[in-house]
Ligand binder design. Structure first.
Ligand code: FMN
Length: 410
């Protein structure tokens, strides 16, 4: 998606400017052409030479420099961009952009460009929360600019709060979101991810090896494609992606409740379909009657754990299709996942049996060892009409794209 695209990157005078070096590296690694522009203040924090070496092309700093204007003019920098990215974006450039100021190369090209513009602000928390900055951000958002919101934490200035330059991954995600075709525009997408944990006592639990990567990839790709996304995830170390609502749960029962609360919510917008991707590895059985206090160890004893079934969220969704569609006003498309061991024939037989029994529209079959804890996956897509397709090993966000394409088709 980013490969082959031209990104005009504006670096401004923030203490986070040094992080733009990593951003340039990741963009070029993804196959983008980076045309960097630096404000005079940005050059106080990082040298144009560093950025130039990483971008592999000249960095423009001075609008009145005849040699850079001859090589690539400020208008070409504005016109040739697929995306203009301001990262890090100072409070100053946000204010200037919101008011149409054009007093240097960065602000002039921002005023001249017709390309989508993304700001990734970084500043002191009080600057970020200042009503003037809030007003400027709102104005730019209203005008169609995108923002990768700053994170919270300890800031370079010593304050703690919102203002940290967003992670490179979140910035790349926003570029992908801007560049992707909006095949899911107007759709609601609910994705479940990760494992669930079932308590044995307050400190012990039963769970599985799922990390959440497949579900998070699905949620991110659905967002790139323009969907309104809710990610319901069990315990996962992956940070919440931007641009979607993220609900964190612990147990299978929590996940059931969170999913049902979401699917029956009435939609008053233009949406016509809601897709539910059940990528979570929800625990099938839980300890019956978890102990309220920590079970004391006694190494002379053998313990038996009595297990009772958890609710099967996909099956409940399939069985309540009509009720969900009536109350949400949206057509429901259910995508299940079947993680198996054994051979391919068994995997396909089990996945197809689940597709039927759970009344799903699409089943994604995969081997547990290919899926759990990996950045890649290999899947089989099984449709109701008997069709099936193998998707060979690829990065999980590529796999997510294939699953979404199939869900749009069924
Ligand atoms: C050490 C130092 C760190 C700064 N960090 C930030 C920052 O993180 N965010 C910000 O908006 N301004 C920051 N500033 C202030 C800007 O550099 C200043 O407003 C400048 O005029 C911005 O110019 P520009 O928007 O043309 O790059 C910092 C200034 C100094 C001296």
């Amino acid at each position: 998606m980013i490969a082959g695209k031209t990104i005009t990157l504006i670096i401004t005078g923030s203490i986070a400017a040094y992080k733009s070096a990593e951003l340039v590296r990741e963009l070029t690694k993804s196959g983008a052409k980076v045309q960097a522009v630096m404000t005079k203040s940005a050059c106080e924090f990082i040298t144009p030479l560093t950025i130039q070496s990483l971008a592999g092309s000249r960095v423009t700093v001075d609008i009145f420099d005849p040699s850079s204007e001859a090589e690539i003019s400020h208008i070409e920098l504005a016109d040739s961009a697929d995306v203009v990215l301001v990262a890090p974006a100072s409070a100053d450039i946000i204010a200037k952009a919101a008011h149409g100021v054009a007093d240097d190369i960065a602000t002039t090209l921002l005023l001249a460009t017709k390309a989508p513009v993304i700001f990734a602000p970084a500043m002191n928390v009080n600057m970020w929360e200042n009503p003037l900055t809030r007003e400027n951000v709102t104005k730019l958002k209203t005008l169609g600019c995108d923002f990768v919101d700053p994170g919270e934490g300890e800031l370079a200035c010593g304050w703690i709060g919102k203002g940290r330059f967003a992670d490179t991954d979140d910035i790349l995600d926003s570029i992908r979101a801007v560049l992707s075709p909006k095949t899911l525009a107007g759709a609601r997408v609910i994705v479940t991810a990760g494992p669930t944990r079932e308590a044995i006592d307050p400190v012990r639990f039963v769970s599985n090896r799922s990390t959440g990567r497949m579900g998070f990839a699905l949620a991110r790709v659905a967002r790139w494609l323009g969907a309104e996304v809710t990610l319901v995830t069990g315990p996962s170390e992956i940070a919440s992606p931007q641009g979607m609502s993220v609900v964190r749960v612990i147990s299978a029962q929590d996940m059931y409740e969170a999913v049902f609360e979401e699917v029956v919510r009435q939609d008053t917008g233009l949406n016509k379909t809601q897709f539910v991707f059940m990528a979570a590895a929800i625990t099938d059985h839980r300890p019956a009657g978890a102990s309220a206090t920590k079970i004391k160890k006694d190494k002379s004893k053998t313990y038996e754990l009595k297990m009772e079934p958890c609710l099967d969220v996909l099956q409940e969704l399939g069985a309540n299709r009509e009720r969900i569609e009536d109350s949400s006003g949206l057509a429901l498309k259910l995508v299940g996942f079947s993680a198996e061991t054994g051979d391919e024939e068994q995997l396909l037989a089990w996945a197809r049996e689940k597709l039927e029994r759970k009344n799903a529209d699409l089943m994604v079959g995969n081997f547990a060892d290919d899926a759990f804890g990996q950045d890649t996956n290999r899947i089989w897509l099984l449709e109701k009409d008997g069709r099936q397709e193998e998707v060979s090993t690829a990065e999980k966000h590529m796999i997510a794209g294939r699953i979404i394409r199939a869900a749009l088709r069924v």
